[in-house]
Design a protein around this ligand. Structure first.
Ligand code: TLP
Length: 359
């Protein structure tokens, strides 16, 4: 069994630990009761986030899932229909919260590598009719998790926003990894945010904070989201201990996401040259690598468990797909070691398979 400290954890960028500077910032944070609006550190982080995103206001929440749910509920009323990508995190991984808690009716639309086609959006909007729920919101995800960290470009967002706007719908972005998108295209994050009404982004992923996500939008929208957060039990008291590392993240941690992208590319290119494994290299645009192992003839569960025995942690993404994510703490040397391990596990499976098939 490989020792915990020797494991190479490529399951998610959520496993990142706070930096020393973040821990120091937590230790010295000026605190107050945030439900009374009196935590100066939270207030400062929210102002910084709004400014960075080019919007009026921001709200710190506990998680990306809570940010999405509070945002959906603040953008649409119970019974409304919401258009979202069929593989999106909100539709796929959030326990159906938008219906279970928000009372919203999802209209999933399949995108192309996670990107909605504006014409498909137009067609999926239900006309005003006594039989239909009101369609009031379109949601996009950037970068797109299940599409392997694919960037939705500012032009693609603009085209969707034109259809949404023309039909009187709001546009919301799950921008959990929006800074990865900005770093990948080397543009200011406002190039993405200017086309959406509101969005959320996560502090707790590549930016390395221990907890937290931020909702950003108009003052009026954020006021509603604040109330919705309270309904969801998400009003926090001395939340400055969460906000303090968030400030460090916004000030210092964004440019280094580039290293994660470089490491993901190194990993992807190495794996693409391995028998039995295939990767769509064009799809590797940020810090996520999707590996297709169907050529090995084993399930992804088995493959992932073999990797774990050898000290590499990965996630299954379906029967024959495996996800690897780079992040702070994964250096080039770890990528090279992970490459050797993954290749050797694949080779062993191949060898076993060819032995059994010749008998
Ligand atoms: N994604 C997690 C898992 O839930 C799959 C991960 O490891 O990638 N939006 C997007 C696009 C996300 O990828 C995630 C988390 C969330 C929202 C939810 O964030 P949290 O985990 O903070 O609730």
């Amino acid at each position: 069994m490989v020792k915990r400290e020797e494991l190479i954890d490529l399951r998610s960028d959520t496993v990142t630990l706070p930096t020393e500077e973040m821990l120091e910032a937590i230790r010295h944070a000026e605190l107050g009761d945030d439900v009374f609006g009196e935590d100066p550190t939270v207030n400062r982080l929210e102002e910084m986030a709004a400014e960075k995103m080019g919007k009026e206001a921001a709200l710190l929440v506990s998680s990306g899932t809570q940010a999405n749910l509070a945002s959906l509920m603040s953008n649409a009323k119970r019974g409304d229909a919401v258009i979202l990508e069929a593989e999106s995190h909100m539709y796929y991984y959030e326990v159906g919260g938008l219906s279970a808690v928000g009372g919203l009716f999802p209209l999933p639309v399949r995108g192309h590598h996670g990107v909605l086609d504006p014409e498909d959006v137009r067609e999926s909007i239900r006309p005003k009719d006594i039989h239909f729920p009101d369609t009031t919101l379109v949601c996009i995800e950037n970068t797109h998790n299940r599409a392997g960290g694919r960037v939705v470009s500012p032009n693609e967002i603009r085209a969707i926003s034109e259809v949404a706007g023309a039909c009187g719908l709001k546009l919301y972005m799950d921008g959990a990894r929006i800074f990865n998108a900005a770093v990948a295209l080397e543009v200011d994050v406002k190039e993405f945010t200017k086309h959406v009404d509101n969005l959320m982004f996560c502090l707790s992923k590549g930016l390395s904070c221990p907890v937290g996500s931020i909702i950003v939008g108009s003052q009026d929208f954020v006021d509603r989201a604040r109330k919705t957060r309270k309904i969801l039990g998400g009003g926090m008291r001395q939340a400055g201990i969460i906000a303090a590392p968030g400030i460090v993240a916004l000030e210092k941690m964004i440019p280094r996401l580039r290293e994660d992208h470089t490491n993901a590319r190194l990993l992807a290119e190495g794996l693409a040259r391995t028998d039995g494994l295939s990767i769509d290299l064009k799809a590797v645009q940020t810090n996520i690598v999707h590996l297709d192992i169907s050529g090995l003839g084993v399930t992804s569960d088995l493959f992932v468990s073999k990797l774990k025995e050898e000290g590499v942690l990965a996630l299954t993404m379906g029967k024959s797909k495996v996800r690897l994510v780079t992040h702070r703490g994964i250096e080039e040397q770890h990528v090279r070691r992970a490459l050797d391990t993954i290749r050797s596990v694949a080779r062993k499976i191949e060898r076993k398979r060819s032995k059994t098939s010749t008998c």
